[in-house]
Design a protein around this ligand. Structure first.
Ligand code: C5P
Length: 274
């Protein structure tokens, strides 16, 4: 018998880029995994799926169960017709955004791969995961990663281990499809200046920290610009020029005057966005 942990998944960030023609959504997301999760016990031999654990009551033992679907697709892909007795210990709440079902499917694939001496990085195992659901490849990988596409294109990200985390769920099941559908139904219309600025504020220039390390004056420039109460101040490109946006030309002029007064040695240009 093989015991396989199905760790809870969290998304440290999840950006929805757009709805695709196939109905799925292009994402940019940061996956991370907890040490805790569901448990899957797989034993070769006759038997069926048995579910126990605190959240067992919310799941049906039928062909739709992701564990059963994982067994079916694995058997079809690798042409292996062995029977398995599987026990799923459901410790994670159902439909709660932490990948429970996906983690169970991925853990089942891992267990079956081990039992059949198939390497865990076998491309067909990944294909099985991909066919079972958007989060299943990430759960098969099981370590922090950046996910793009439907979430199935993974770029490993190391260095997130041992960070304490608390999960809290209000006890309401949420359908992923319904949430994406609701995302679709929000009329985003033509995006206005206010919305663009909101997005810019929520973003950042990832080249700023290394540029600041090389050119400490960048920090001084940004401090000065932040003091002029701009709508937004950031370093541009790889630096060292920084920019600030203002609500009015008057605000921009008085900011320029203040900067020139304090730092006559800095280059300073007042302009407008085209
Ligand atoms: O891939 P999975 O079956 O887990 O996705 C469940 C539902 O969530 C899909 O049917 C789809 O409606 C939605 N979804 C999406 N875009 C993604 C992932 C899931 O629209 N990237």
């Amino acid at each position: 018998m093989i015991v396989e942990r199905a760790p809870a998944k969290i998304n440290l960030a999840l950006h929805v880029r757009r709805r695709r023609a196939d109905g799925y959504h292009e994402l940019e997301t940061l996956f991370a995994f907890l040490r805790d999760g569901d448990d899957i016990r797989v034993a070769p031999g006759p038997g069926r799926l048995h579910i126990d654990g605190p959240f067992a009551a919310g799941l049906d033992v039928d062909a739709d169960n992701l564990v059963t679907r994982a067994v079916t697709i694995f058997a079809q892909s690798f042409v292996i017709a062995t029977e398995y007795a599987i026990t799923l210990t459901k410790n994670l709440p159902i439909a709660s955004g932490i990948g429970g079902g996906s983690a169970d499917a991925a853990a089942t694939l891992r267990a079956l791969a081990r039992l059949n001496h198939i390497p865990l990085d076998h491309p067909m195992l990944f294909a099985c995961a991909n066919a079972l659901g958007s989060d299943v490849p990430a759960c098969l990988y099981g370590r922090s990663a950046m996910g793009t596409g439907r979430g199935e294109q993974l770029m490993p990200l190391d260095g997130l281990t041992d960070i304490p985390v608390l999960l809290v769920n209000p006890g309401v099941a949420v359908s992923t499809a319904a949430v994406f559908k609701a995302w679709d139904s929000v009329d985003r219309g033509p995006i206005g200046a206010g919305a663009i600025l909101d997005r810019a504020r929520a973003g950042r220039n990832d080249l700023e920290p290394p540029a600041r390390a090389l050119v400490p004056d960048i920090a001084a420039v940004l401090d000065r610009l932040d003091n002029t109460k701009p709508l937004l101040a950031r370093m541009s490109g790889s630096g060292a020029t920084c920019f600030a946006l203002y609500a009015s030309a008057a605000d921009c002029s008085s900011a320029a005057a203040a900067v020139r007064h304090r730092h006559p040695e800095w280059w300073c240009l007042e302009s407008t966005l085209a």
